[in-house]
Each structure stands twice: as structure tokens, then as C-alpha cells.
Design a protein around this ligand. Structure first.
Ligand code: KG4
Ligand code: ZN
Length: 349
């Protein structure tokens, strides 16, 4: 198929998902595939880095071929390859970066290094290209809980962050304590739908203080103590009620702080992105609150909340348009400067 616009290939392998996507240069998404390794890491209760990188090596070539075929494009239609450079697991990132660089080199096109968080933020526009700027973005994933003020597309000012655990970590660790396996977030979400969220009153840390910052380690400890106490007193534990109550505590804090930021920065748009944004209770509360407050809310559909390459391709497109390409010497960087170290995260490439 010959395309006037050409297209961009996106690759994401920062953790335990091997993903690729093809995006047309006008921003239209042609294909996106994710191969998850959850069934492999599940038996170990968390991601095993060595296994993750081996799995990426096994799947990356086929996933790229699948998205190229689905998009009905050929190598000559590609104008650039956008790859997550970091942060993430070193071995996992290296597979995607080297594969992407190799492809780009062979095709005689540039490669673009994408910061993983920048990818998540870009997902706000995947399905809502008209999402207004300036806006506030809440990034809630397994490793991050960050609030950004976005004065413009591809400009990010960090305005709040977790001081300890990320929201996704709180979900995963809580789920582990409840015996729900890995990754715990989706399992806890599922179980909570059958429970009463008012059954147990877990603390809402930093709800009234801490400005726009978060802290989730206290909620996790409260759950541990609750379970211990119940076991010691021989009290029966209604798992669904506990899950729903625990989830409510996390979600309430996220919603409250996100809208506090929207009010403070007087913006019309709120984007909520990252794996935890797939949570059904969070989505429901955000939607209700946004309609009450007249705020334009964008939450990508669940498959674009968790790690995917469509978001990487879209973030890469911004860089492509600006002519910001990576050099052949650049490598994967597990600790690619995280947004929280800078007041302003200027895209790190
Ligand atoms: O963005 P993501 O796929 O990877 C990272 O960049 O970390 O986020 C993964 C996190 C995990 O902690 C996972 O448990 C959580 O997102 N997650 C959820 C749900 N789906 C994924 N947490 C709560 N409810 C969900 N439905
Ligand atoms: Zn992620």
C-alpha cells in the first residue's frame, strides 16, 4: 500500500509487555498489538527481569510483523521507528531499543527515543485528538503516580508525585496480601465489583494535606494490620468487601488530588493515563466528578492505559514533527531521568 503520509512504527518493551503499533503521520492509528507475559510471571508473584527479556526476544519480531500486516504497510512506508528508551527493566528495554535501531538502520530512517511516561501522557490524545491544552495529567502506573501540568503538548511540569509507593504498587501489593496473584490490579478491581466499599474504613493518606503529593505505603500497612487482626481474632474475612474498601481508599485520594490540581491550575482538561487508569471504580468516579465540575476528561480505553506501543508511536510522532531524532550511539537507559527529578520534564532523548 502506498501512503501519501507514510507512517511510524512504535515499539514498547519496558517491562513485561512486548508491543508494537503502526501510526500514520497524520496521527491515525493503523494497528496495535500487545503480547503480555503475565502468565509467566504470575507463578513468581512478580516480574522476573531475566525471563522478561527472553520473552521479548522471542516475541518482538513476530509482533512487529503482525502490526505491519494489519496496517497493510511495507517497510518503505515507514518514516521512523519510535522506541521506549526508558525508564524500565534494563534487559527488557535493550531488546526493544536494539530491535528498533536495527530496523531503522536497515530501512535508512531515523529512530526516536521515547520516555515511557511521555508515552503514557501521549495516550490522552490517542482517542481524543481534540483534548484541550493547557491540561492536567495524572499518570498512574505500576511505577509512577505523578501529576503534571501541561502548558502545551510535549511540555510537562511535575506538580505532584507519590512520596513512597505508586498507586499500581499499592494495588499489586494489596492483591498479593489478599491472595489474588500477579498482576494484582485487574484481579482486585474484578473482586471489588462484588464487594461493599464502605465495609472497612481504610485511611486516606495525604487526602487533606501534602498538597498535590501522594503516599500509598500507609494504606498497604493498614490492610496488613487489618488482615492480621482478623486472623488472630478468628474473624471471617469477606474478601470482596475488603478489596472494595481498599480500592476505594486509593481511588478516592487519586480523584480528589486530580481535581484539586485542575482547580488550582484552572484548566478545562484532565487526562488520566497509565495502567491504574484501567480501574473500573476510578473511571466511574472520575467520570461522575468531571461531569459535575464541567471538566473535559480523557481516559484512554483500558488497552491503551496499560503498556502499549500506540502511545509510544504517538509520543514519537511529536518528536518526528519537531525533527528530534536519536543518535545510533544512544542505548536503552533503565533509569532514564524520571520526571520527578526535574521540575520540568523536557523530553529526554
Ligand atoms: O502502565 P502499566 O501497564 O505499566 C507500568 O508502566 O507500570 O501499569 C501497570 C500497573 C500494575 O500495577 C497493574 O496492577 C495496574 O497497572 N493495573 C490496574 C488495573 N489494570 C492494571 N490497577 C487497578 N485496576 C486495574 N483494572
Ligand atoms: Zn507503563
Amino acid at each position: 500500500m502506498s501512503l501519501d503520509h507514510g507512517c511510524l512504527l512504535g515499539i514498547e518493551t519496558s517491562c513485561d509487555e512486548t508491543a508494537a503499533a503502526v501510526l500514520r503521520l497524520d496521527g491515525h492509528l493503523l494497528s496495535s498489538e500487545v503480547v503480555s507475559q503475565h502468565h509467566i510471571h504470575n507463578q513468581f508473584g512478580g516480574v522476573v527481569p531475566e525471563l522478561a527479556s527472553r520473552q521479548h526476544i522471542q516475541h518482538i519480531e513476530r509482533v512487529v510483523q503482525v502490526v505491519m500486516k494489519e496496517a497493510q504497510v511495507s517497510w518503505k512506508d515507514l518514516r521512523a521507528v519510535a522506541v521506549t528508551r526508558g525508564p524500565g527493566l534494563a534487559g527488557s528495554l535493550t531488546v526493544g531499543v536494539n530491535f528498533g535501531k536495527g530496523l531503522a538502520y536497515a530501512a535508512g530512517i531515523p529512530w526516536i527515543a521515547v520516555h515511557h511516561l511521555e508515552g503514557h501522557i501521549a495516550s490522552a490524545w490517542l482517542e481524543q485528538p481534540e483534548f484541550p491544552i493547557p491540561a492536567v495529567a495524572l499518570v498512574v502506573s505500576g511505577g509512577h503516580t505523578h501529576l503534571y501540568y501541561l502548558p502545551q503538548r510535549a511540555q510537562y511540569r511535575l506538580i505532584g508525585r507519590t512520596l513512597d509507593d505508586a498507586a499500581g504498587e499499592a494495588f499489586d501489593k494489596g492483591a498479593k496480601m489478599l491472595g489474588l496473584g500477579y498482576p494484582g490490579g485487574p484481579a482486585l478491581d474484578c473482586l471489588a465489583q462484588k464487594g461493599d466499599c464502605h465495609a472497612v474504613r481504610f485511611p486516606r493518606p495525604y487526602l487533606q494535606r501534602g498538597g498535590l503529593n501522594f503516599s500509598f505505603s500507609g494504606i498497604k500497612t493498614a490492610l496488613l494490620y487489618y488482615l492480621r487482626k482478623a486472623q488472630m481474632s478468628g474473624q471471617s474475612i469477606a474478601l470482596a468487601d475488603v478489596a472494595a474498601s481498599y480500592q476505594e481508599a486509593i481511588v478516592e485520594v487519586l480523584v480528589e488530588k486530580a481535581f484539586r490540581a485542575v482547580r488550582h491550575y484552572r484548566v478545562k482538561g484532565l487526562a488520566v493515563v497509565g495502567g491504574v487508569a484501567a480501574n473500573s471504580r476510578l473511571r466511574a468516579l472520575l467520570t461522575a466528578r468531571a461531569s459535575q465540575a464541567g471538566v473535559q476528561l480523557t481516559i484512554p480505553r483500558p488497552r491503551f492505559c496499560t503498556d502499549n506501543a500506540a502511545m509510544v508511536a504517538l509520543a514519537g510522532l511529536e518528536a518526528y514533527r519537531a525533527g528530534v531524532y536519536a543518535t545510533w550511539e544512544m542505548d536503552a537507559m533503565a533509569d532514564l531521568p524520571a520526571a520527578h527529578r526535574e521540575e520540568c520534564l523536557v523530553p529526554v532523548r
